[in-house]
Design a protein around this ligand. Structure first.
Ligand SMILES: [Zn+2]
Length: 128
């Protein structure tokens, strides 16, 4: 039994990994491990692409109106293509409505505070 795997890596160089017990090849080169390798790579790819998609589509924190419109546009296109369940589309629509009302409430609060500040400035000047 060899103390180095007899396989070659992608660049054509001999593999330097340790062979599996009772084999002359490592887990990456042993044909008996092909199914396991396939499962690892599918899982790895899925985790990577889910994270990348989430990062690309949903910027962290506050969404601008354009970003929110983008999320809705992507979701609508995906629902129509059948890539996303209509129920997920409905959830996104309902979250977007909630997002807009919270944003509007924030804007009203800011305006109210500014109006009060102006009133107090006018009041101070008037009484001076
Ligand atoms: Zn190997």
């Amino acid at each position: 039994m060899a103390d180095r795997c007899i396989g070659t890596n992608k660049s054509g160089k001999p593999c330097s990994a340790k062979p599996l017990p009772g084999s002359d090849r490592c887990p990456w080169h042993d044909p008996a491990w092909a199914d396991r390798r396939k499962a690892w790579s599918v899982r790895g790819g899925r985790n990577k692409s889910n994270a990348a998609r989430a990062k690309k589509q949903l910027p962290a924190g506050v969404l601008s109106t354009d970003e929110l419109r983008g999320v809705l546009g992507i979701t609508i296109a995906r629902v129509l293509r059948g890539d996303v369940e209509p129920g997920v589309g409905s959830s996104v629509a309902s979250l977007a409505r909630a997002y807009v009302s919270v944003t509007e409430a924030g804007a009203v609060e800011t305006l109210t505070a500014q109006v009060e500040e102006l009133r107090s400035l006018i009041g101070t000047r008037g009484s001076a």
